[in-house]
Design a protein around this ligand. Sequence first.
Ligand code: PGA
Length: 257
Amino acid sequence: MRKPLISGNWKMHHNHFDAITLVQKLGYAIDKDDVEAVDVSVHPPFTDLRSVQTVIEADKIPLILGAQNCHWEEKGAFTGEVSPAMLAKLNVSYVIVGHSERRELFGETDEDVNRKVKSVLEHGMTPIMCCGETLEERESGATDTKVVGQVKAGLDGLDGATVAGLVVAYEPIWAIGTGRTASAEDAQAVCGLIRRTIADSFGQAAADGVRIQYGGSVKPDNAKELMGQPDIDGALVGGASLEAEPFAGIVQYRLKD
Ligand code: PGA
């Protein structure tokens, strides 16, 4: 059984004081039963990581620490960048790689994403590798080609056993931050395609192990239906992860009527 992973991507929101308050509130809202059923990660901005790490560890809050990005090099003359080694030192477990905002706004290529995926793994952390189509691509029928291409390129060179432990996030770009969600059927169709692509390239064991998240306007109201799909093993949540109540509501999707 794949344990679902629900991840809160805070993007460029919350300074380290806000971050401490939010994880403390999540500590009250999320209990032992929740994290037995679901892994929960939070991905604050870099400047908050140390504070969040300290609070999570000191107060034994059952949240897993994640980051939103990193460089692929271990160190060097890369002004403004943060290395995977630095994240590993903060007990970061999951690193989002190739989010569509990184690809679209900061020019990240499939090759960059692949380098980052490998580097995150080499430093003992798990990448959450994002893929997804634009509205134009969806409307022209190019969703499958785009997503399959991103998955193959992003995971290129890995072996099946490694891929089995990874997380892939399917995030249709037109659904991110827009309030529009892919229907559960459409999200399932693409997540199923991702799993078949992984089975073809890396074998059935890799496909059975890999966790596939859906992301794009996930809310407490639609989480249960999305999470009920056979190939959706979690959610990557942006807007609704910025406050404790909606995020806890998503984490507790299984309790909804
Ligand atoms: P959203 O963002 O939930 O605000 O749509 C999702 C994401 O970008 O990871």
